[in-house]
Design a protein around this ligand. Structure first.
Ligand code: ARG
Ligand code: ZN
Length: 508
């Protein structure tokens, strides 16, 4: 195992070197002038203002095949650290003539890397503009600057449209990574396994990836864990697990286009429950921690028992369920939140009905259609919250209008209204306003244009942007197209105005 990447972690000089070696984040390299090489470096970010180094330019990933061997931590009082060995086989297509390109990878050491079967040399990050001979790779990890980039210099260089397979052998000790806000995310080591929840750019803590939802791909997984542990990822089991010599290998296939932040491969003491199906035939596969207390297990079972009904209900409103399968991973441990990982949300400690409805709705809003920029997060959280208001109405608990009124009525301080859900900032992605004012925005929109246009536009949004991503402007355009109304002032009021929206949309 190569340890040299460690010495590049942290430090001002390293940051300078890192930025020099990577080129400007988000900037796409200029095409060569006549007489110059037309081969340029792919950008080190896709240009998301909130996370400049998330994702990469110059190529599109088509498929990730992740072969992981994971040993959970030793029993207490040893540190909560696991041992991880991975082989990522990445099929990608160049979208420009490429001299170099990057993958995102954080906290892991790369042992070997090849392009179309030809090994690349491991070299120290070069200073900006310096030449490196031959096919090579280098890894910059600067925790202070939150820059984690694995640069590949393929030789021969890649032509636009060329398909190649990159194989990365990597690994290390897993810890408990933190996002920009200080919340646990990524490959979160737990004593009994790992909870893997990577929103917004935590997938790079467990595989080399273009870690942005504008580059969706399909996935396959082969996860080997000590016998007795269960590994659960997205999608379906293409074949049963296999056990030999004290290790069990679990196979999962996720054949739908999937954003990196929605990838999971959680490991624990799970009761893996046989698939049952929704009325429309969606197989539902649940994994429930065997250590849940009786009370939490009862809550969880009651909530999971409603998943098929939730899919039926949301299909009737939003159109066909977008993926091959569904189901839940319920961990006895907690990261402090649940995540709508594609086809298989992850829950902390237990699954309550409201949260299950929320994560189910995300499969349409967030997963089938992802926010093109993290700035558009209200399209995820507003919709998932609003769908839960609708579910509560369906269940006879309270109407969506009552939920709206409950949000609208109380006096709130100015700081609450100052917050712009249309531009929440990287530290505001999961603020309460994104969820609740986001849901209220959708309810007000429904009141504004009527049920028929509201749901027709919702279905058109999912259909048109399925397997892809869209912005708040794209969303507004669809609602204007379907309703025939100019909604500029509406969205300005609800997404940006730093005050309580007028009472126009409140029941008298
Ligand atoms: N998207 C998740 C949900 O369903 C929440 C993620 C919260 N993440 C965080 N770092 N706080 O609402
Ligand atoms: Zn959510």
């Amino acid at each position: 195992m190569s340890g040299y990447t460690r010495k590049w972690v942290g430090g001002v000089a390293v940051a300078t070197l890192a930025l020099g070696a990577l080129g400007a984040a988000g900037a796409s390299a200029a095409p060569g002038k006549p007489g110059e090489s037309r081969y340029t470096a792919g950008a080190s970010g896709v240009g998301d203002e909130y996370f400049p180094y998330a994702g990469n330019g110059g190529y599109d990933v088509e498929h990730y095949d992740l072969d992981i061997t994971y040993t959970p931590p030793a029993p207490s009082p040893a540190p909560v650290e696991g041992e991880f060995e991975g082989v990522a086989t990445i099929d990608l297509v160049a979208t420009q003539d490429l001299d170099r390109f990057n993958l995102d990878l954080r906290g892991m050491d790369v042992e070997a890397l090849s392009v179309d079967g030809r090994p690349a040399a491991s070299v120290a990050p070069p200073v900006a503009g310096a030449e490196v001979d031959g096919q090579a790779f280098w890894h910059v990890q600067d925790d202070a600057a939150r820059v984690w980039e694995l640069t590949v210099q393929p030789r021969p260089k890649l032509k636009a449209g060329q398909h190649v397979q990159v194989v990365v052998e990597y690994g290390g000790t897993t810890t408990r990574p933190l996002d920009v806000e200080g919340a646990l995310y990524g490959w979160v080591t737990q004593r009994d396994g790992a909870m893997v929840v990577s929103e917004p750019e935590g997938s790079m803590t467990w595989y080399p990836v273009s870690d942005h939802q504008t580059d969706k791909a399909t996935y396959s997984f082969e996860i080997t864990v000590p016998e007795g542990k269960v590994a659960v990822a997205n999608g379906i089991q293409p074949r049963p697990e296999e056990t030999a010599d004290g290790w069990t290998t679990w196979y999962w296939d996720a054949p739908d286009q999937q954003a990196s932040y929605l990838t999971t491969a959680s490991v624990g003491d799970f009761d893996l429950r046989d698939a049952y199906t929704s009325a429309s035939g969606v197989p539902i596969i649940d994994a429930v921690d065997t250590k849940l207390s009786p009370t939490r297990l009862a809550t969880t079972n009651a909530s999971l028992g409603r998943q098929a009904d939730m899919i039926d209900f949301f299909e009737s409103k939003f159109g066909p369920y977008p993926f091959v399968a569904y189901g839940s991973i319920v961990d006895n441990d907690s990261v402090g939140y649940a995540l709508e990982t594609q086809t298989r949300p992850v829950y902390s400690s237990q699954a309550s009905e409201g949260t299950v409805a929320h994560e189910a709705a995300h499969q349409w809003f967030g997963n089938a259609v992802s926010p093109e920029r993290w700035q558009d997060i209200w399209l995820n959280e507003g919709w998932a919250t609003y769908a839960t208001w609708m579910w509560n109405e369906e269940r006879g608990i309270r109407t969506a209008q009552q939920s709206y009124d409950n949000w609208y009525a109380p006096a709130r301080n100015q700081a609450y209204w100052d917050f712009q859900i249309g531009d929440p900032g990287p530290l505001g992605l999961f603020a309460g306003q994104v969820y609740n004012r986001g849901a209220a925005t959708l309810h007000a929109l429904r009141v504004e244009i009527g049920d028929e246009a509201f749901f027709e536009a919702a279905r058109l949004w999912v259909e048109r942007f399925d397997d892809s991503s869209g912005t708040a402007d794209d969303f507004q355009a669809i609602y204007e197209e379907v309703s025939g109304q100019d909604l500029e002032a509406f969205f300005q009021t609800w997404l940006y105005d730093q005050q309580k929206p007028p009472a126009t949309w409140t029941t008298p």
